[in-house]
Design a protein. Structure first.
Lengths: 186, 285
């Protein structure tokens, strides 16, 4: 999942809906300030039924866990699957970048991947979501008409049509069903 | 990124994986740069960027150019090694150096430090400034090494875009600075040139953590945001070199999101500043 402006509120509506029986790992890039440590995993741990962690380099992916990209590092997926971090250039002034996460996740999970673009005020994530689509994954975009900040969703939709364009509440309902399904990754 | 390369570009799947491996092997055999132990995800991303630059739809086409055009390889090397750092990146690291490492460094009559993977030199100049502020620069020598000759050349020049100076200055002030960063550079024509006094205490040289061995005994190794690009085996090789280079109770600093936890060498180091990732070599038993 990727989000920027308004992302904390959007994720506050979504992540607590994840069922304790969740089997898919969830990887999240939220644009946050680069110059201080991220508190996201602490904030969301308290609100969620599933483990929420900050991603560490070379850490094996544990099913049913939510991983946040740390401040000032890109989060990537590698074969294993395992997590990888990088300090490469920011993408659209963003590090972590949604494109970097989605493109690498698409390489690893291909058609077993669900990519979700939420609220945001820049174009990061559009080409990443296109990669998810091109690798056979499912793409979901938050409805720009009802989202806090629509630019990110609009940029993604301009590049490829999404499988689902949904208001936040229905994305929550969709994620809530992940525990029951055989879908492995989000 | 697929979209930027253009429709039909082959940037995923088993063929792509194989092509990447073959290119990395060709680079090793032809140019003796060893990227075989690099973490695949970042390497793939960098190769995709290179495909866009060279306008090649497949890695195999890129390989053809790398093997047959002598001018192409240095450009690819920039893509494979490009690393934009900042001066005083993660100011807390430099604060911890001042508090926990500098007092011990003061006890040595002469100092040697190693910045491994120095890229364009930001970290080496930052350390030189810190040592100057602590009154230690005159007896110190910093080895700053990298595999990319182009980076070493830029690092040796000590010239940075003036647009980056505001960020450097903010970091420096948060690092426990006792002077102003502007004391150390001259700005003109959009560029900031760092003082030769700093440069005189830095030796920039070619060294590969993948293929070269130990070259000096040092009191501090600073190697930040380099190990994340290596796989476990190569990380272990690099950490072994650092352990062998460090003097009795020497210090090692790594990146904020790097860890010794999974390394074969983790038992060889003690935590000195946990959050800032500064370690000390244990005494031999």
């Amino acid at each position: 999942m990727g989000a920027s402006a308004g992302g904390i509120q959007a994720l506050s509506a979504l992540l607590p809906a994840l069922p304790a029986s969740l089997r898919a790992p969830v990887f999240i890039v939220l644009h946050i300030p680069r110059d201080r440590p991220s508190l996201l995993s602490d904030i969301f741990s308290r609100k969620c039924a599933v483990p929420v962690r900050e991603a560490e380099d070379k850490e094996p992916v544990v099913p049913g866990t939510v991983y946040f990209a740390p401040a000032n590092y890109h989060l990537l997926l590698d074969q294993g699957p395992q997590l990888a971090l990088s300090a490469d250039d920011p993408v659209y002034h963003s590090r972590p970048s949604i494109d970097v996460l989605f493109e690498s996740a698409a390489d690893v999970y291909a058609d077993r991947l669900l990519g979700v673009i939420l609220t945001g005020a820049n174009e990061d994530g559009a080409s990443g979501l296109a990669s998810v689509h091109d690798h056979g994954g499912i793409t979901v975009v938050e409805n720009p008409e009802t989202s806090f900040s629509p630019q990110m969703a609009l940029a993604a939709l301009k590049m490829r049509p999404a499988d689902l364009v949904l208001p936040l509440q229905q994305i929550g309902l969709l994620l809530g069903t992940l525990g029951a399904q055989r879908t492995e990754n989000s | 990124m697929d979209a930027e390369i253009g429709a039909g570009a082959a940037t995923h799947g088993r063929e792509f994986e194989l092509e990447c491996r073959l290119l990395i092997d060709a680079v090793y055999h032809l140019y003796h740069y060893d990227f075989r132990g690099y973490a695949p995800a970042s390497l793939r991303r960098r190769l995709k960027s290179a495909m866009i630059h060279f306008n090649c739809g497949t890695i195999s086409k890129l390989q053809d150019r790398i093997m047959h055009e002598p001018t192409a390889f240095p450009v690819l090397l920039d893509y494979l090694t490009v690393q934009v750092s900042e001066m005083f990146r993660d100011p807390g690291y430099f604060q911890a150096l001042r508090a926990k490492v500098v007092p011990l460094l003061r006890t040595y009559p002469s100092l040697k430090l190693w910045v491994a993977g120095c890229s364009a030199g930001e970290e080496a100049y930052s350390l030189a400034i810190l040592l100057h502020e602590e009154g230690l620069l005159s007896r110190a020598l910093i080895y700053a090494t990298d595999i990319n000759p182009h980076s070493l050349q830029r690092a040796g020049a000590g010239v940075y875009d003036v647009g980056r100076i505001a960020g450097f200055t903010a970091n420096h002030q948060k690092s426990g600075a006792t002077s102003s960063l502007s004391d150390y550079y001259t700005a003109a024509y959009g560029r900031a040139v760092f003082d030769k006094v700093l440069r005189d205490h830095i030796v920039f040289s070619d060294h590969s953590l993948a293929t070269d061995s130990v070259f000096a005994e040092v009191q501090l190794v600073s190697c930040r945001n380099v190990l994340i690009y290596f796989n476990r085996e190569l990380q272990d090789r690099a950490l072994g070199l650092f352990g062998d280079s460090l003097c009795h109770q020497g210090f090692l600093g790594i990146g904020a999101k790097e860890s010794l936890r999974f390394s074969a060498h983790s038992a060889a180091f003690l935590d000195v500043a946990k959050d800032e990732r500064i370690f000390q070599k244990r005494s031999a038993l």
